[in-house]
Design a protein around this ligand. Structure first.
Ligand code: GTP
Ligand code: MG
Length: 364
């Protein structure tokens, strides 16, 4: 406080300082100041609670790991048919005919279907105007194993088509191209193939290694082929495993405040098993899993890796891309959330302070 005072900075001992001030202060006092990233800080925070996610992952052995379904994100330009394609995939795969009753739109669901005689699950994530994926990528969360790039054959590639494929590429996620609306007037699926060669997505029939599938979400033509292409891509490029026998970890996909049910968060389990009654922290939200619903609005007691579920019972609404983890007890979850919240608040205060002192400076 004294040194800061001499530097012309009035601060109390409990106050937050911005990075620049800290560096100057360090120089004055003969210390080397190292600014850690929010991720480093969070890792350290978790380590203080004996939680070491990276170490845990590295320690997984083959015996611990079990196969998990692929997680597939559907991306593409507005109105090119992402949601309708997912509906068609779902209809094609619902066991015992129609999907019964009211289907909740949770933007994420698991579909079971036969592939080469084997009954397999796939998890699909819908991206309304690709926002969730952008938010998640911005927060460093890559949850997708395969991306389906939907391009309407009557419209061709559009700005968000390119944006989506760049996101997938940057994340190193293999892409299957669904050339949709082949039933529509003016549909030109070959043009889509030609257009995408400019972005290094070259169809197999053009000598490249990207699977392109012509499909109509409206008539259902080609829907099966999309599923097959996704599974082939997943099997060819990826080893999809996770340890189901530990406390659950994963990522929040979307969340909202519901009038009757409070905070409702759709989370994707990435490792471990999530159970009703678990203590959980997601970003700065914490609580106990009061209830879990699947994509059909049915209650489930537990959820395995790659499973998306709606979780009720959190204290607040997490953001898309927030990671979640189950802790040993309620207290730990709450303390982690509170420490994160305090860190965020401090960062914001420091920013506001910086702005204010800058304003003072320019005014003077
Ligand atoms: P956003 O979520 O807003 O980005 O759109 P989306 O990509 O999810 O598109 P959506 O599935 O909502 O479809 C947009 C429109 O295209 C709707 O009117 C669909 O009925 C129509 N559509 C989707 N697929 C097909 C198709 O294969 N053929 C035809 N003719 N129309 C389709
Ligand atoms: Mg949609």
């Amino acid at each position: 406080v004294t040194v800061l005072f001499h530097l012309g900075e009035m601060a109390t001992a409990t106050e937050s300082l911005d990075e620049a001030t800290f560096e100057i202060l360090g120089e004055e006092l003969g210390y080397k100041i190292e600014i850690v990233s929010p991720e480093d800080e969070d890792r350290e925070l978790l380590e203080a609670f004996d939680i070491d996610l990276e170490g845990e992952e590295a320690a997984e052995t083959e015996e611990n790991l079990e196969p998990r379904p692929p997680v597939v994100t559907v991306m593409g330009h507005v109105d090119h048919g992402k949601t309708r394609l997912l509906d068609a995939i779902r209809r094609a795969n619902v066991q015992g005919g129609e999907a019964g009753g009211i289907t909740q739109h949770i933007g994420a669901y698991q579909v079971w279907g036969e592939h080469e005689g084997v009954n397999r699950a796939i998890t699909f994530l819908d991206t309304p105007g690709h926002e969730a994926f952008t938010a998640m990528r911005a927060r460093g969360a890559v949850v997708t194993d395969v991306a389906i790039l939907v391009v309407a054959a009557d419209d061709g590639i559009m700005p968000q088509t390119i944006e989506a494929l760049n996101h997938a590429k940057a994340a190193g996620v293999p892409i299957v191209v669904a050339v949709n609306k082949i039933d529509a007037e003016g549909a030109n699926p070959d043009k889509v193939r030609a257009q995408l060669t400019e972005y290094e997505l070259i169809a197999e029939e053009y000598g490249g290694d990207t699977m392109f599938v012509n499909v109509s979400a409206k008539t259902g033509e080609g829907v099966r082929d999309v599923i097959d292409a996704v599974l082939l891509t997943a099997d060819a490029e990826l080893e999809l495993t996770a340890n189901p026998n530990k406390l659950a970890r994963g990522t929040a996909i979307e969340a909202k405040l519901d009038k009757g049910r409070g905070s409702v968060a759709t989370v994707l389990i990435q490792a471990g098993t999530l159970r009703v009654g678990d203590s959980i922290v997601a970003g700065t939200a914490y609580g106990r899993v009061r209830a879990m619903l699947d994509e059909n609005g049915e209650h489930v007691e537990e959820a395995l890796p790659s499973r998306p579920v709606q979780v009720q019972g959190l204290s607040s609404v997490p953001r898309a891309g927030d990671t979640f983890l189950v802790t040993e007890d309620d207290r730990t979850a709450r303390q982690i959330a509170e420490k994160r919240e305090a860190a965020e608040r401090n960062a914001q205060l420091a920013k506001a302070r910086k702005r204010m002192s800058l304003e003072d400076f320019t005014r003077a």
